[in-house]
Design a protein around this ligand. Structure first.
Ligand code: GLN
Length: 390
């Protein structure tokens, strides 16, 4: 018998891979997996191509090329007035996904508890499991998806090692506000916890809502590891270039794990991302404006199709409640949707420990709007023309 190890036994593919394959198989409009259908700025594609042809094809330094680490430090300084030593406080990773893996494998011992916002991005729970950690979810509930400080406090125990934050939040689209961030900081300081914060949608906020890194709150810089990437901000999700920044010892823990995961990250893409961070610094703000319009287009269309839609404050995802059409399960709805309407979306139920708990998300479905306006229009018209009732 050659069976899989317990840590992966029974694991299927991710919901994103499954739903993208379903979209291809059924010819559906894919509003599932979050990836734009347009490329990032031409100048950075040119920079990548120049690097490919210019000899940047062997291993980069494990922590990333100096030009990129310096550009990441400048980015944190420019946007948030965060000071970083590019040689000790920045590590380049293979997408934020590797930064998440490196952070959890590098910081969590077996039995350590990790407080995590629920619904949670799927790789968080997989990596907490791989590390032998125990997750303690704190649920963000519709319609506001606010973080309740009392629930956060209640999730902390003497075994808690860190709080895993995500803002702007996937899948709900919440951008944590000053009060919520202050509550997280208060709990972290009171219980001497680390905070690992996934901020990959940092530039994709709407209606003037600011994204505030928790590392900028008093007392937090020394206990916060901040993760991000180029994929969302510069529309190059397939490049898989991310980073972790923060205190040198936390970055060193990520680097230690990273060296056994990928050793180093894609060499020719690193100078291109450095170019994105500096020369295309204005791109993400333009993208956010554009996404704002598409958010409104999609949310209006989802509403017209009879779904209860929650308008997101950030990210490129909108959440709906499908119970207004008689569905008890978003998973059932999403599996029926390609045949009913030729559209694919993501059932949020997979992002909960117990999707049937009060206020949890059995009936929630996530829709991506990082698509061309005519693609969104096509999806909306398909939904409008379909019988979506259960
Ligand atoms: N982060 C993207 C999403 O939430 C893609 C995730 C993935 O495919 N692993 O859709």
């Amino acid at each position: 018998m050659h069976s899989a190890a317990r840590r992966v036994a029974g694991m299927g593919e991710t919901i994103f891979a499954e739903m993208s394959a379903l979209a291809v198989r059924t010819g559906s409009v894919n509003l599932g997996q979050g990836f734009p259908d347009t490329d990032g700025p031409t100048s950075i594609l040119d920079a990548a191509s120049a690097a490919l042809h210019g000899g940047a094809n062997q291993y980069a330094p494990g922590i990333g090329i100096p030009a990129l680490r310096h550009a990441i430090a400048r980015h944190q300084q420019r946007h948030y007035a965060i000071d970083l030593d590019p040689d000790r406080q920045v590590v380049v990773t293979t997408g934020c996904t590797e930064a998440i893996a490196g952070a959890l494998l590098g910081l969590v011992d077996p039995g350590d508890e990790v407080v995590v916002l629920e619904p949670y991005y799927d790789s968080y729970t997989a990596m907490i499991d791989f590390a032998g950690g125990v997750r303690r979810p704190v649920t963000l509930r519709a319609p506001d998806f606010r973080l309740d400080p009392a629930e956060l406090e209640a999730a902390v125990s003497p075994r808690t090692k860190l709080i895993l934050l995500n803002t702007p939040h996937n899948p709900t689209g919440r951008v944590l506000d000053a009060d919520e961030l202050a509550a997280v900081a208060r709990v972290a300081l009171e219980h001497d916890l680390l905070v690992v914060t996934d901020e990959v949608y940092e530039h994709l906020t709407f209606d003037g809502r600011p994204h505030v890194p928790i590392a900028t709150l008093p007392g937090m810089a020394e206990r916060t590891l901040t993760l991000s990437s180029a994929g969302k901000s510069w529309s190059v999700t397939g490049w898989k270039v991310g980073w972790a920044t923060g205190p040198a010892e936390l970055v060193a823990a990520v680097t230690a794990a990273k060296q056994w995961l990928t050793f180093t990250s894609g060499a020719p893409l690193q100078p291109a991302v450095a170019a994105a961070l500096d020369a295309e610094a204005e791109f993400p703000a333009r993208l956010a404006l554009d996404l704002h319009a598409r958010r409104d287009q999609l949310v209006a269309g989802l509403g017209e199709a009879g779904l209860t839609a929650y308008t997101p404050e950030g990210t490129y995802f909108a959440t709906t409640d499908v119970s207004s059409l008689g569905w008890a399960s978003g998973g059932d709805f999403c599996r029926a949707l390609p045949e009913r309407a030729g559209v694919v979306a993501i059932p949020s139920e997979v992002f909960y420990d117990d999707p049937d708990a009060p206020g949890a998300g059995r009936q929630l479905v996530r829709w991506a709007f990082c698509k061309k306006p005519d693609v969104i229009a096509e999806a909306v018209s398909r939904l409008a023309g379909a019988d979506l009732t259960c």
